[in-house]
Design a protein around this ligand. Structure first.
Ligand SMILES: NC(=O)c1ccc[n+]([C@@H]2O[C@H](COP(=O)([O-])OP(=O)(O)OC[C@H]3O[C@@H](n4cnc5c(N)ncnc54)[C@H](OP(=O)(O)O)[C@@H]3O)[C@@H](O)[C@H]2O)c1
Length: 279
């Protein structure tokens, strides 16, 4: 990723935990003309999560902002705190673009909670943002959000990985079942690969190294090689060989392909339930 030239931009980060700090670290590294102020009650933890050279001011509460106004607000508190936190900051955001990453909170809820604010974008990054390798998806309210706003979103989330716009807010929830929960599925796959190696007799630490590095290596190849996952799978599989024998089990009807469809469907079902629970 290269540094992005930007007119000066002031960003208020509400909540500077795992995600907020990862986004701030990426943004300050790749967008030279930005100024980030974070508000988080746990200033010490926020400072630990921010990279040591990140020029981010961290305040414990909104009073410390006095009457400062910001161009952009990134709302990165837990979903149950999202509406109250945005309300608390709204006087500092009279004409700000609000980017919410709070999982499962529809833009309509934020808009209803803060009637004075107009420009909202919802973005769902995923955990690999912590390694600047996120898959983030976003939805913008077409009428209220400008081209420049969209560019800011692309630059901020491009600084922590890959970003993709979606056509409807509903697609954010659907994508979350793949991209948001997906790292959990990959970690589970790695765990069970390790367990299989242990059952073959390898000590735990060796089995862990085998599974971990195999997944990391395959992921790096996916990143560097333009071939699709399917093409790479075919390339690594000699007819009648060992990988073919293993894949015959993994891809048997009802196994991995079906399980992943059921896995993402279960995540979608749970997301729908959570959306109906008052927060
Ligand atoms: N983690 C992921 O993989 C992931 C992926 C996509 C989206 N998200 C979304 O990202 C958001 C943040 O997640 P996270 O994992 O970064 O959580 P986190 O590490 O708990 O960070 C949230 C931070 O916000 C602080 N906070 C709470 N109330 C606040 C307020 N009123 N004003 C300012 N700060 C406040 C919290 O402080 P206290 O701990 O003291 O309450 C905490 O430090 C969530 O909405 C989540 O849905 C997370």
């Amino acid at each position: 990723m290269t540094a992005i030239g930007h007119p000066a931009l002031s960003i208020l980060m509400i909540g500077c935990g795992n995600m907020g700090a990862a986004i701030a670290n990426g943004a300050v590294a790749h967008m030279p003309a930005i100024d980030i102020t974070a508000v988080d009650p746990d200033v010490e933890r926020a400072r630990q999560l921010l990279s040591s050279q990140a020029p981010v001011e961290v305040l414990a509460d909104f009073e410390g902002l006095n009457d400062r106004n910001f161009d952009v607000c990134i709302l990165s508190v837990k979903p149950q705190h999202a509406e109250a936190a945005l309300q608390a900051a709204r006087t500092n955001l009279p004409d700000a673009l609000v980017i919410s990453i709070a999982a499962g909170i529809p833009l309509a809820r934020l808009r209803a909670a803060t009637p004075g604010l107009r420009r909202f974008v919802r973005v769902m990054p995923n955990l690999p943002a912590l390694a600047a390798s996120a898959m983030s998806v976003g939805f913008a309210d077409q009428d209220a959000v400008s081209e420049r706003d969209r560019q800011v979103v692309e630059d901020v989330f491009g600084a922590v990985g890959t970003f993709c716009w979606l056509a409807s807010e509903n697609e954010i929830d659907l994508a979350t079942d793949v991209t948001g929960s997906g790292p959990g599925y990959v970690f589970a796959f790695t765990e069970y690969l390790q367990r299989a190696a242990e059952q073959m007799g390898f000590p735990g630490d060796v089995a862990q190294q085998f599974a971990r590095q195999t997944v990391i290596g395959a992921a790096r190849l996916l990143e560097q090689d333009p071939r699709t996952a399917r093409d790479l799978k075919v390339a690594v599989t000699s007819p009648g060989g060992t990988t073919a024998a293993g894949l015959a089990v993994l891809e048997t009807p009802g196994a991995l392909p079906t399980l992943l469809v059921e896995t993402t469907a279960a995540a979608a079902g749970r997301a729908a339930q959570l959306a109906n629970v008052p927060q």
